[in-house]
Design a protein around this ligand. Structure first.
Ligand code: C2O
Ligand code: CU
Ligand code: CU
Length: 486
């Protein structure tokens, strides 16, 4: 069944709000066929050179065969070019802003000085910004995207988001699948209106669930396919969506191995058959297509999942549009049709030496209250973002515990700049995810949850932000400044 027919059948037509949330929420992934897998997966190019330019400009582009998008692109490409660097490299990148609105680039997951971090106060409208910094951190699947106050959502949505891969010797020694066997996948949902991809969040979109779409793009291609061989592949998956959470799984329920997350490799590989990934988070997984995959075609899907209710019962259902948060659907298709395979790789027992701080190292515990206020929307400790106000002061070199407390009815993926943290605990039923056994920079806090993270502030002195990575929430002010002081 074609996607359009399917949409008609469930009584939802793009552009009109004639859809039954009840109906959608009873569908499970087996009956949701929002993918035609007609187009090959695109792979991002790599940004060449040591003195490179990222030029952001507007243009009207085609997405797949059927949709147009008034896009912003880095260097005229969708997906954005991948930056690949080694630990120890000095990076020089000039950002040229030609999109006609304020912007600044943030290197998500990189620990760099405050004036290199893309704080929203450094956003500019015309000209260029020169970045120069040295990478002194673990190998990992990082990424980059714009960070201007109030308009990060539309700029990322329209195409400005790319991978930033850092390599180091520890990782190299593992001989992980590389070349054709290493595939970056950025997953993003888009809302369509007729033949157009649109970004037009309503007040409820902004104040409540964020902007959810019903068309799934992988590396900028609607529900694509990719041909693989019967052996190990390394999939570096980035949730580059504004608001949507994915519960990654294969339709045949085959297991896969999580080896890394936001800030690099886990201590040990962890096998699972589903994995929740919130906006901004990354999952580095190994899939052995010779093990547990008997069919020639297998879909990577997002399995339906529950969102605990924070109190305002049913709000989300009433206001949701498109595929509701938590609904199942397909993402892409792997075709195990190639004969060549990566057979030399063996999964090691240990991946990475990690040295997490322990609770006793912490000098301070801060509570970060996430609330929803009438007329204001989502707030952090009761307030919305102000460019110059310092909300938290932390001493350089200190280890702190931050406890994110979600008092709202909506999930909040909380992201802290300039640090990597370890998730210590999550109250409630969920416990820790496989990805939460490693170093992270973004953590999903579901309604009603309290999540504790521990981190050491070693970045250079100055002001950085932390915020919800639901980009509509961030744009609506769910962000705060922290200053690293002496
Ligand atoms: Cu990816 Cu402050 O963000
Ligand atoms: Cu960041
Ligand atoms: Cu949020």
């Amino acid at each position: 069944m074609k996607r359009k027919e399917f949409i008609k059948q469930i009584g939802f037509s793009a552009g009109a709000v004639t859809f039954s949330p009840l109906l959608v929420s009873c569908l499970d992934v087996n009956s949701v066929q929002n993918g035609d897998f007609q187009l090959p997966l695109a792979l991002p190019s790599e940004l060449p050179g040591t003195n490179s330019t990222l030029n952001a400009s507007p243009s009207n582009i085609q997405i797949g065969d059927s949709y147009s998008l008034s896009a912003f692109q880095f260097n005229n490409s969708v997906p954005s070019p991948t930056i690949r660097k080694k630990r120890g490299d000095t990076v020089r990148i000039r950002f040229e802003n030609n999109i006609g609105q304020e912007s600044i680039i943030h290197w998500h997951g990189l620990i760099v000085p405050p004036d290199m971090d893309g704080h929203p106060k450094d956003a500019f409208t015309e000209g260029s910004y020169d970045y120069e910094y040295t990478i002194n951190q673990r190998a990992g699947t990082y990424w980059y995207h714009p960070h201007p106050h109030r308009i990060t959502g539309p700029q990322v949505y329209k195409g400005l988001a790319g991978f930033y891969l850092v390599e180091d010797e520890e990782e190299q020694a593992l001989n992980l699948p590389s070349g054709d066997y290493e595939i970056p996948l950025v997953i993003q949902d888009r809302r369509v209106n007729g033949s157009e991809i649109v970004y037009n969040p309503s007040m409820p979109d902004r104040m409540m669930s964020g902007f959810l779409g019903d068309l799934i793009l992988v590396n900028g291609v609607p529900t694509p396919f990719h041909e693989v061989g019967p052996g190990y592949y390394r999939l570096r998956i980035l949730n580059g969506s504004n608001a949507r959470i994915y519960n990654l799984a294969f339709e045949n329920d085959a297991s896969f191995t999580v080896i890394g997350t936001d800030s690099g490799l886990l201590p040990k590989p962890i096998e699972t058959n589903e994995l929740l990934l919130a906006p901004g988070e990354r999952a580095d997984i190994l899939v052995d297509f010779s093990n547990g995959f008997n069919e020639e075609k297998v879909q990577l899907i997002s399995k339906s999942f529950d969102i605990p209710s924070g109190g305002m019962m049913g709000m989300q259902n009433m206001m949701g549009r498109g595929f509701e948060q938590g609904t199942g659907f397909s993402i892409m298709e792997f075709r195990i049709t190639k004969s060549d395979a990566n057979t030399s790789f063996e999964l090691p027992e240990q991946l990475s030496a990690v040295d997490f701080p322990s609770e006793g190292d912490a000098t301070t515990t801060r509570q970060i209250q996430l609330d929803m206020q009438m007329m204001q929307g989502h707030t952090i400790n009761g307030r919305q973002f102000e460019m110059e106000r310092v909300d938290e002061r932390v001493n350089q070199g200190d280890t702190e515990i931050w406890e994110f407390i979600n008092n709202t009815n909506f999930p909040h993926p909380m992201h802290v700049h300039a640090v990597h943290f370890k998730v210590l605990e999550r109250n409630g039923n969920r416990g820790l995810l496989p990805t939460e056994t490693g170093w992270k920079d973004t953590v999903l806090v579901m309604p009603g949850e309290r999540v504790k993270v521990i981190m050491k502030f070693d970045a250079p002195l100055g002001m950085y932000v932390f915020h919800c990575h639901n980009l509509e929430h961030e744009d609506a002010g769910m962000m705060a400044n922290f200053q690293i002081i002496n």
